[in-house]
Ligand binder design. Structure first.
Ligand code: NAP
Length: 259
């Protein structure tokens, strides 16, 4: 049995939609008070309504994680609203498709500014409050794309997700004395509104590539993040947790057919 995280203070960046909203739901259902952030106020308000009535409180703040000052305001807001900060879920991300021959400086900056620098800024801003917590936890949403797999059109995205892991490993060493752990969850294909828009045929093809035969649910990522935030996970740091229904395992299409 895990120690309850009831009453803990949590930030989820990119919490207005998709995986981030799923992470927020899991933590708030477990009784944590969650600040969800993103850029679009309307989407945040809609998410806040959907996440109301859970055991923990969910509030919102408009934040662009590519802006270090905005990240500091985000942490100040969580400290003011919840009396401190225990868990930073750095989840915000973008994944525009662009083939290698078309990649320009603006494409690279657009992805790295949010996915990599936004992760670093969110973590940096949280350090004083997580240190004061005495049991600070950082959970990064990376991806199988980049660290393990590739997908045409996502070379810059994959690089940004791999960069997060390089960051995690050294940050874990620097943060160990502060009793802060930092780990990354690597989702496979997770069913979000964005993916729904691709049509049923696409969803079926993606599910067929997963040994478990289904796409992931946002709660699958939320549950992994919740585990890494527990007291019992306190000796785990600098690590990656793949949550993909076995998607990265088949060594060939034939291997999948043999299941
Ligand atoms: P999503 O549904 O598009 O949600 C992305 C969230 O990030 C939104 O809340 C978005 O809100 C926010 N965001 C984007 N840019 C931001 C910025 N500059 N500042 C603050 N917030 C920002 O995407 P998702 O599929 O849930 O992806 C979430 C994370 O999971 C990403 O890091 C992604 O790389 C990772 N991931 C997803 C999958 C998957 O299958 N879905 C697989 C592997 C990894 P605003 O646009 O309003 O800012």
């Amino acid at each position: 049995m895990f120690t309850s995280i009831e009453g803990r203070s949590v930030i989820v960046t990119g919490g207005s939609k998709g995986i981030g909203r799923g992470i927020a739901r899991v933590f708030a259902s477990a009784g944590a008070n969650v600040l969800i952030t993103a850029r679009d106020d309307d989407a945040l308000s809609t998410a806040a309504v959907e996440l109301s009535g859970l055991r923990g409180k969910v509030t919102t703040l408009s934040v662009d994680v590519a802006d270090p000052a905005a990240c500091r305001e985000m942490v100040n807001a969580a400290v003011e609203r919840h009396g401190g900060l225990d868990v930073m879920c750095a989840n915000a991300g973008v994944f525009p498709s662009c083939r290698l021959e078309d990649l320009g400086p603006a494409d690279l900056d657009g992805v790295l500014d949010v996915n990599f620098k936004g992760t670093v800024y969110s973590v940096q801003a949280a350090l004083p409050a997580l240190t004061a917590s005495g049991r600070g936890r950082i959970v990064i949403t990376s991806s199988i794309t980049g660290p393990i797999t590739g997908y045409p059109g996502w070379s810059h995205y994959g690089a940004s997700k791999a960069a997060q892991l390089g960051f995690v490993r050294t940050a874990a060493m620097e943060l160990a004395k502060r009793k802060i752990t930092i780990n990354a969850v690597l989702p496979g294909n997770i069913k979000t509104e964005g993916l729904d828009g691709m049509g049923q045929q696409y969803l079926d093809r993606m599910a067929a590539a997963v040994p478990q035969g289904r796409l992931g649910a946002v709660a699958d990522i939320g549950n992994a993040a919740l585990f890494l935030a527990t007291d019992e996970a306190g000796y785990i740091t600098g690590q990656t947790l793949v949550v993909d229904g076995g998607q990265v395992l088949p060594e060939s299409a034939d291997a999948l057919d043999e299941i």
